[in-house]
Design a protein around this ligand. Structure first.
Ligand code: SF4
Ligand code: SF4
Length: 299
C-alpha cells in the first residue's frame, strides 16, 4: 500500500544576504537536495517548497503572486523560512523581492505580511537570526534581524534561529525535520538566542582538539604553528555550535581542524565585536565575562 504523504507548505525568502545559506542548503549530503525537495524529509512528511528565488524555475510577477497567495490561502499552515536580514531604512526600498501590479514588493513588507500568517518562522543564517554583516555599523540600510523586526512590528510568532555564516546544511535540514517530527520546539529546547540546544548547546572551546594547548598556555604565533589559535583571533571560547563534533563538507573537516580560527559565525556579536577576524578578541568589549589564558572565568 502506498504511504500517505502529508504536505507541509513552506516559502523561503531572502533579504539582505549573500545567498550563502541557500548554497549551503544545496550542498546537503544526507539527505541530498533532490531528496529534500522531492521526497518526504520525514516518513510521510514532505516539505512543499512553494517559493525560493534561487531554486525555482519561474520568475516575474507570477512567482511573487505565489508568495502573496500562500499567506492568503494557507494561513497558519505554512512555514516561513527567511534568509538574510530585513532592511528597514527608506521604508524598505533597499531590498525588494519583485513587483506586483507595477508596485515594488519590499522584503520588509513581505516578511511582515507572511510572518503574521505563518505557522512559524525559521531564520536561516546569522543575518536573519541576528542582523549579521548587513547590520554591521554604521548599518546604512537599517538592516535588522527577523526577531527584532517582528518585535518592532508587534508580530508574536514562534521563531527558531539557525545562525551560521553560512549555517551547516545539517543544521537547516535537521531544524526543519525537528519541527515536522516533534512540532514547534518548547522553551527548554531553545537557548536564549532562540537556537536549538541540540545543535548550539556546546561551546566550541570545550570540544576543541587544541584545548590542551590553551590550558597549558601554548599559543600559536602564526598559522601552521602547533598550539591554540586564540591569539590569532579564535573566538571558540565565546561560540556555541557542534562544529568540532559534526564537522563540515560531509564530515571532512572544520575550521579549526583545517588550521583556521573559529570566527564565531553563529553568534550575535560575530560582525562587529568579533572583528577583526585575525586578531585576538578585545576582551574589554565584553562586560559579562572575561577570559584568561588558563581557563574561562565568568563574572
Ligand atoms: S581558543 Fe580556539 S583554538 Fe584555542 S582551544 Fe579554544 S577553540 Fe580551540
Ligand atoms: S567553527 Fe566557528 S566559524 Fe567555523 S563554522 Fe563553526 S561556528 Fe562558524
Amino acid at each position: 500500500m502506498k504511504e500517505k504523504v502529508v504536505e507541509y507548505p513552506a516559502v523561503w525568502i531572502a533579504g539582505a544576504s549573500c545567498s550563502g545559506c541557500s548554497v549551503s542548503l544545496l550542498n546537503t549530503v544526507t539527505p541530498d537536495i533532490q531528496n529534500v525537495l522531492l521526497d518526504p524529509i520525514m516518513p510521510g512528511k514532505h516539505v512543499s517548497l512553494r517559493f525560493h528565488a534561487t531554486i525555482m524555475a519561474g520568475s516575474g510577477e507570477p512567482v511573487v503572486k505565489v508568495l502573496r497567495d500562500t499567506g492568503k490561502e494557507l494561513p497558519g499552515k505554512f512555514i516561513l523560512l527567511v534568509e538574510g536580514s530585513v532592511p528597514t531604512g527608506e521604508d524598505g526600498l533597499f531590498c525588494t523581492l519583485g513587483e506586483l501590479d507595477g508596485e515594488e514588493v519590499t522584503m520588509k513588507d513581505m516578511v511582515k505580511e507572511l510572518a503574521s500568517k505563518a505557522m512559524a518562522v525559521i531564520s536561516i543564517g546569522s543575518c536573519s537570526s541576528f542582523g549579521g554583516i548587513p547590520s554591521g555599523a554604521p548599518n546604512p540600510t537599517g538592516a535588522k534581524s527577523v526577531r527584532d523586526f517582528l518585535k518592532e512590528e508587534k508580530i508574536d510568532k514562534p521563531l527558531i534561529n539557525v545562525p551560521g555564516c553560512p549555517p551547516h546544511p545539517d543544521w537547516i535540514t535537521s531544524t526543519i525535520a525537528t519541527v515536522l517530527l516533534n512540532g514547534l520546539p518548547g522553551e527548554n529546547d531553545l537557548d536564549e538566542k532562540l537556537r536549538l540546544k541540540s545543535i548550539y548547546g556546546t561551546l566550541i572551546h570545550d570540544n576543541c582538539p587544541r584545548r590542551g594547548f590553551f590550558d597549558a598556555g601554548r599559543f600559536a604565533k602564526k598559522f601552521g604553528d602547533e598550539g591554540c589559535l586564540y591569539e590569532l583571533g579564535c573566538k571558540g571560547p565565546y561560540t556555541y555550535a557542534d562544529c568540532p563534533l559534526r564537522h563540515w563538507n560531509n564530515g571532512t573537516n572544520w575550521c579549526i581542524g583545517a588550521g583556521a580560527q573559529c570566527i564565531g559565525c553563529v553568534e550575535p556579536d560575530f560582525h562587529d565585536i568579533y572583528a577583526p577576524m585575525f586578531e585576538k578578541i578585545k576582551e574589554s568589549a565584553f562586560d559579562n565575562f572575561f577570559i584568561n589564558t588558563k581557563s574561562l572565568k565568568y563574572k
